[in-house]
Design a protein around this ligand. Structure first.
Ligand code: ADP
Length: 266
C-alpha cells in the first residue's frame, strides 16, 4: 500500500524532524543528511518533484557555537536559529551540489499561509523553483515569529506547505517507525499502527507520550498534520528517518511505517 502511494505520487513533501537530523550529542548528523540527499536525488531522477521542510536550525546553532544550549529565553532561541539556519542550508546545499542540484530557501510564518497575496507568491516561487529542477527547502522564519503568531512546529508547517503546493504525498521523517498504540520509547510492547483511515477512531485507541529533548511538536502535531493534508485528499506517511535508506525501504515495503490514508481516496 505504502509503496503504491509512493509510486503514484509525483509531488512529494518530505519533512525532517530535529531528532532525525541530530546525533545524540546534539550535533548535526552529516551521515544522515548525505544519505537523505542521495535518496531524494534518486526520487528526482525517477521523475518526482521534491519539497523539503526541515527542522534543526536551533540544534545546528548550538552545534556550531557550542553555547546557549540551556538558554530558554526567546531571544537566545531565535539567535540560535538565525545562526543555525545558515549552517543547515550550507549542509544541505553541499550535499545536493554534489549531484549538480541547487537548493532554494523559503522561510515562512503563519501569516504567510492566510494572506491571499502571500500564498500566491509562495505558490509561484515554489512552482518556479521545482520546474527549474531546484529543491525548495522550507523552514519557519523563527527570527520574526514570536510565540503568538508562530506555527510552532514543522509538522504543521509541512502540512500547510503540502496543501498549498497541492502535493500528492507528505512524508514525515521522525525517530520512530510510525504511530504506536503507546510511546515506543517508554513501552517495549508498543504496537505499530500501519494504516489509519479514521484519525478520530485511532485517537481513541492510542496513548500519546512525551517526545525527547530536541523534538518540538511530539506525536500529536504529526497526527494533526495528517488531519490537515487528509482533508485535501493528500495521504501522509510517518516513517523512521533513523533507519538507513528509509525512503527506498518504505517504497519497497522492506520497512514498516504508518500510512494516513484519507477515507474518501479509498
Ligand atoms: P521530531 O523531532 O521528529 O518531530 P518528536 O520528538 O517531536 O519528533 O516526536 C516523536 C516522538 O513522539 C517519538 O520519539 C516518541 O517517543 C514520541 N511518542 C509519544 N507517543 C507516541 C506514540 N503513541 N507513537 C509514536 N511515538 C510517540
Amino acid at each position: 500500500m505504502i509503496s503504491d502511494v509512493i509510486k503514484s505520487s509525483k509531488k512529494i513533501v518530505i519533512k525532517i524532524g530535529s531528532n532525525t537530523l541530530s546525533n545524540d550529542d546534539g550535533t548535526i548528523n552529516e551521515g544522515f543528511l548525505e544519505e537523505l540527499c542521495q535518496q531524494i536525488v534518486m526520487l528526482i531522477q525517477e521523475g518526482k518533484q521534491i519539497l523539503i521542510v526541515t527542522s534543526g536550525a536551533r540544534i545546528a546553532g548550538i552545534s556550531s557555537t557550542g553555547k546557549w544550549s540551556r538558554k530558554e529565553d526567546m531571544n537566545y532561541k531565535q539567535a540560535l536559529c538565525a545562526i543555525g539556519q545558515v549552517e543547515l542550508m550550507v549542509a544541505y546545499g553541499q550535499h545536493f551540489k554534489h549531484y549538480g542540484i541547487h537548493i532554494g530557501q523559503m522561510l515562512l510564518t503563519r501569516e504567510d499561509f492566510f494572506d491571499d497575496k502571500r500564498t500566491l507568491n509562495i505558490r509561484n516561487t515554489l512552482f518556479t523553483l521545482v520546474d527549474e529542477g531546484i529543491v525548495p527547502i522550507i523552514n519557519e522564519n523563527d527570527t520574526v515569529s514570536v510565540e503568538e503568531i508562530k506555527i510552532g512546529d514543522n509538522d504543521t508547517l509541512a502540512a500547510l506547505s503540502a496543501s498549498l503546493w497541492n502535493a500528492d504525498l507528505l512524508i514525515l521523517l521522525s525517530d520512530i517507525d510510525g504511530i504506536y498504540n503507546k510511546n515506543p520509547k517508554e513501552y517495549a510492547d508498543a504496537a505499530l499502527i500501519e494504516k489509519v483511515t479514521d484519525i478520530d477512531e485511532m485517537l481513541k485507541q492510542i496513548e500519546i507520550g512525551q517526545s525527547n529533548s530536541f523534538g518540538t511538536g511530539g506525536i500529536a502535531t504529526k497526527i494533526e498534520a495528517a488531519r490537515i493534508v487528509n482533508k485535501y485528499g493528500i495521504p501522509m506517511i510517518l516513517a523512521n528517518g533513523k533507519t538507513s535508506e528509509i525512503l527506498t525501504k518504505i517504497a519497497s515495503t522492506e520497512t514498516k511505517a504508518t500510512l494516513f490514508y484519507p477515507e474518501k481516496a479509498n
